[in-house]
Write a protein that binds this ligand. Sequence first.
Ligand SMILES: [Zn+2]
Length: 246
Amino acid sequence: MQIFISNPRGWEVKMPGKDVVSSFARKAKKTGILAVAHMPYLPNLASADKETHGKSVSSLVKNIEACNALGIRYLITHMGSHLGMGKEIGMKNILDAMEEVSGSIGRVCILLENQAGHRNSIGAMVEDLRHIYEKSSLGESHLGFCLDTCHLFAAGYDISRADVLEGIDKTLGLGKVHALHLNDAMFPLGSGRDRHSNIGKGEIGIEGFRTLLNYDGISSKVLILETPEGEWRKGELEALRKAAGR
Ligand SMILES: [Zn+2]
């Protein structure tokens, strides 16, 4: 299960109180559900604007602290937008952010999420994710990746092909990918557009997910649907379980 610590469209991050922490732990134990957290959407770790960058880093720190309090290991974050300043500067700002939060990291592992490739966004290419990983001092216990299938497809990676998956594996190391967002894509390969579609109803199709889920180790990772809600949801889960051979 993926949760937001606070309002995904706001800046304010409220720390969970003692009562929330204990009821969260109780429910997690009772249901056996593993929760991961997603950063809100406003922070931009790649921003060159001092104020925005500072606010973004402090939001990341608060989210990390809340995850530590709740016993959540994985915190997924987008890499942000360089807003026209260029990829080099954007990547450096992300790296600075990683250094700035390292003292608060505790037991949390930040997962960098790949992007669809819309204008000025960072992280559409898996090489960029790897670059941040390589240059950061956080190390493998505190930094990894979350792959969004819709974003991969929109960025030009045809994940219905085993050789494409092999290429991603070679660059990133799938062992460092701890979670996947399973979303079909509304637009064709390489469209650069981030529009999620229900599993089997988009351009990737159920055969694409079959290839992906049967690739080395993928089906044992944290798998999360971010598809439009509705009647089809139960069918999506069944189709995915079937495709994974479960
Ligand atoms: Zn995301």
